[in-house]
Design a protein around this ligand. Structure first.
Ligand code: NAP
Length: 309
């Protein structure tokens, strides 16, 4: 019987693991299929993590976190939890490989995955010219032209990153104002090889057997269609939370969620079910920042220790 099962190994899960083990819980396991570190490891430039005055990659930022947690006894199980149920006071966890686990408390720290934009060709060319990770795939387009779709922090930050290696970046956005932070907009505007293509809808991404050849965008002002001849298209249109493990047999969720499927928590990161906590991007009103996810994880762990008495 685990004292605490942490689902997800990003900043929220790792920090919860650190605080829970260092705070005295003896049997804490973090379930994470891949390398711990979370979605931030796909970010290429981070300049707002407190104390980190140099711009670093997400990979660099997260590199020491797992080792620090494991020093205090956090166990890492490379398994994917598919379902969480509660029977009496015990949580039952089922994994994709058929293994079952029991835990007194559970922390959902599964975060989110990139959202699809929904244009024609997106599924067909995903992984063959369409990407959601500039750090992973930008290199393939060195010296070439690429398009970035979206108008939030991710799209603009990654457009700036790509502008340093690509000959030109088309920043394609459906409105003419951006959601990104003012300083990020400034960086984007300062890059001479970023062309803003705003107030447009992406009609389709087209290509052939070799991959993407370009995209068609349609002006919202006059309906004009323009072809952007780029072999690479990077999509950053927001994220969907990973709440699948909370789905019960009857289709309901184990705990309260909002319309977007985000988990409802109180200030202790406690959900509507006793002993079940949520931290990071999966919870309601998450600021979706590494520092906030980490803080959520610490808050949850402190309260889990108190709950277990
Ligand atoms: P986001 O802020 O939700 O922005 C998504 C962008 O995609 C918006 O501009 C949106 O357009 C556009 N969009 C959404 N659906 C679309 C569709 N179907 N077709 C075309 N465009 C579409 O997402 P994000 O940039 O991934 O950021 C998520 C959160 O993480 C935010 O809270 C952000 O502040 C945070 N974040 C922070 C940092 C940082 O602080 N360094 C870095 C990355 C992300 P509209 O604007 O018209 O809705």
């Amino acid at each position: 019987m685990l004292d605490l099962a942490i689902i997800g190994g990003g900043p929220a899960g790792l920090t919860a693991g650190l605080y829970a083990t260092r705070g005295g819980l003896g049997n804490v396991t973090m379930f994470e299929m891949g390398m711990p570190g979370g979605q931030i490891t796909g970010s290429s430039e981070i300049e707002n993590y407190p104390g980190q005055s140099e711009i670093v990659t997400g990979m660099d930022l997260m590199s020491n976190w797992p080792e620090q947690c494991q020093r205090f006894g956090l166990k890492h199980e490379m398994n994917q939890i598919t379902t969480i149920t509660k029977e009496g006071d015990t949580f039952k966890l089922s994994a994709v490989d058929g293994k079952e686990y029991e835990a007194k408390t559970v922390l959902m720290a599964t975060g989110s995955v990139p959202r699809r934009a929904g244009f024609k060709g997106e599924d067909e060319f995903f992984g063959r010219g369409i990407s959601t990770c500039a750090t992973c795939d930008g290199f393939f387009y060195k010296g070439k032209e690429v398009a970035v779709i979206g108008g939030g922090d991710s799209a603009l930050e990654e457009a700036v990153y790509l502008s340093k290696m690509c000959s030109k970046v088309y920043l394609v956005h459906r409105r003419d104002t951006y959601r990104a932070a003012p300083s990020t907009i400034e960086h984007m505007k300062a890059a001479s090889n970023i062309e803003e293509v705003t107030n447009v809808d992406v009609e389709e991404v087209f290509g052939d057997m070799s991959g993407v050849l370009g995209l068609k965008v349609k002006s919202k002002e006059n309906g004009e269609i323009r072809d952007l001849p780029t072999p690479g298209v990077f999509v950053f249109v927001g994220r969907n939370v990973l709440n699948e493990p909370l789905k019960q047999e009857d289709g309901s969720f184990l705990c309260d969620t909002n319309n977007a499927g985000e988990v409802v928590v109180d200030l202790k990161m406690q959900t509507s079910v006793k002993g079940l906590y949520a931290a990071g991007d999966i919870r309601i009103d998450a600021a979706k920042q590494v520092v906030c996810a980490a803080a959520d994880g610490a808050t949850a762990a402190v309260n889990i220790i108190e709950y277990l008495g």
